[in-house]
Ligand binder design. Sequence first.
Ligand code: UDP
Ligand code: MG
Length: 152
Amino acid sequence: MEQTLVLIKPCGLERQLVGEVITRFERRGLMLRGMKMLQMTDELINIHYAHLREKSFFEGLKESMQYAPVIAMCWEGKEAVKVVRDMTGYTNGRKAVPGTIRGDYSMSSQQNIVHSSDSIDTARVEIDRFFRPEEIFSYKIHWRQFYATDEI
Ligand code: UDP
Ligand code: MG
């Protein structure tokens, strides 16, 4: 079963959308395998957003990820990376489709409520970045409530 990383960003905490975001993933049928609150450090942001270090908005992005803690979560399900990414919506909240988290709660290209992993490979690296192995819980799930028994 596929796993992916979600961060509820400081703006999500400030807007009091933590429960709302979690509820969306739960109701979709994704399984919560790990969750913690933490303060992002400069070092962690430099690694997590390494692909954006040369961008003009990088300093602003750094500040926006540090003014309050984040909630890190590991969600699991079939094709969880794509499902969660689709539920997240386009980066810029003004362009994000209504029904997505960003499309429903964001008007910004920076303060866009959540981060989610963009590929299966990235998800693996990002889960390991935020969680130790013992912080991911493989409790029993009756998957047949969510998928056909012969579903690929
Ligand atoms: N970001 C920004 N300005 C931009 C583009 C991105 O501040 O013009 C921030 C925004 O918070 C975004 C994060 O940088 O979520 C990571 O950017 P990426 O392109 O990876 O978008 P995402 O994967 O989050 O949709
Ligand atoms: Mg990204």
